[in-house]
Design a protein. Sequence first.
Length: 148
Amino acid sequence: MQLSSNSPYALAPGAGKPMAWFDATITLKASCPEMGVTEVTIRPGEEPPFHIHQKEDEWFYLLEGEVRFHVGTENYQGIAGTFVSFPRGIPHTFTVESPSAHFLVLNTPGGFEHMFELGPRTPDEAVHAMAAYGMDVVAPHPRQAAAA
């Protein structure tokens, strides 16, 4: 779903290209060289490990649920309506603290949203997919780190 950044574009509710990350629901809403947008519904245990984007800035807009966002050494508690910035070069992840969370992810420039087309279903597949799109995994997810 490659867009031209200078053409009008609209999607009906629920429309977009379905993609995968474990058992989460990932829907590609927009992709062009300048920006990517995905809509995500995810449950506890499906979050990514701490990672760094070398090329992209990433933003989350939480629509439903409760999420703790981990950005560098900062933690931000989020409820519906929370907006969080993950600047490139800073380790980040998030923890779903409700039965599920629903949010939009925006990234600039566009491109890494296509990582979900690889459809990772296991932690090893996820690390491989992230590396294929220029992300460096730097630590386990806080849930796994606490269990160790």
